[in-house]
Design a protein around this ligand. Structure first.
Ligand code: GLP
Length: 258
């Protein structure tokens, strides 16, 4: 795992976008894993303004609420269409979001895994982090080898995500479909972006604490090509910032990003 700390949110977003753009230019048929959430909004704003060619790119989103139709503004499919897919030249049938309205959710999640495999696996997976340490909707005690499946959301996550539901946590669905921790770890490369002081305590646990199913993001420590991009506020509870800053300033692989 490599931790990159940028001076502010704009710089952390810019580095994340630069990383995605670099990978897409190098491999125009990139298979991109995508995330939702407020953290991703400026990422998609910026990514869609660069005039990149997404015509051969395929995408797989991490998760979707159960019971929310794709055209509902509260669905993650709607978020993705509005924030990214409608603004770039991606083919709509190259974009995949789990179908939380499927009559047979078990069949849907198995089909989702098959589609990822059929695409050749995910080249680059973008992640945010929930305040309980979830990646996707892998809530505490998610098996570290879990695959795409239906998952019950914690009350904390439902409160955290209430913004899209008029601020009313009771209106946030109780269940979601999510890639598993194991599905995420199968990606060739991972970049997790976190912004703001609210994420600082859980980030310190996920990055510098023990690997535990209580914090699914801690499983990223097992991944050989995982980058964690933070602003100073999100990094404020880490203990080894001097080392992370030295790596970013000196290691050749970061030279194009400095
Ligand atoms: C949701 C998503 C996660 C995301 C998290 C963080 O719970 N399922 O994939 O990482 O929100 O959201 P935000 O970026 O709004 O803090």
């Amino acid at each position: 795992m490599e931790v990159v700390i940028r001076p502010d949110a704009d710089a952390a977003v810019a580095l994340t976008v630069q990383l995605i753009a670099t990978r897409l230019r190098a491999k125009p048929d990139l298979v991109l894993g995508l995330a939702t959430g407020r953290t991703m909004e400026p990422v998609y704003d910026s990514l869609s303004s660069l005039g990149l060619d997404f015509s051969r790119c395929r995408t797989f989103n991490l998760d979707e609420y159960v019971g929310i139709p794709p055209d509902d503004p509260q669905s993650y499919r709607h978020f993705m269409n509005e924030r990214l897919f409608d603004r770039i030249n991606i083919k709509r049938d190259h974009t995949h979001v789990p179908d939380g309205m499927a009559a047979d959710l078990g069949a849907e999640v198995r089909h989702y895994e098959r589609r990822i495999k059929h695409a050749g696996g995910i080249d680059l997976q973008l992640l945010g982090i929930g305040e309980d340490g979830h990646i996707g909707f892998n809530e505490p005690l998610s098996a570290l080898m879990s695959r795409t499946r239906e998952k019950a959301l914690t009350p904390k996550t439902r409160r955290q995500n209430a913004g899209m539901f008029g601020g009313d946590a009771e209106r946030v669905p109780k269940r979601a479909l999510t890639m598993g921790v194991g599905t995420i770890l199968d990606a060739h490369e991972i970049v997790l972006l976190a912004i703001g002081a609210e994420k600082a305590p859980i980030l310190a646990q996920a990055v510098e604490g023990p690997i535990t199913a209580m914090i699914s993001a801690s499983a990223l420590q097992l991944h050989p090509r995982c980058k964690v991009v933070l602003d100073t506020a999100a990094a404020s509870s880490l203990s080894q910032t001097e080392y992370y800053e030295w790596i970013f300033a000196n290691e050749p692989e970061w030279s194009a990003f400095r």
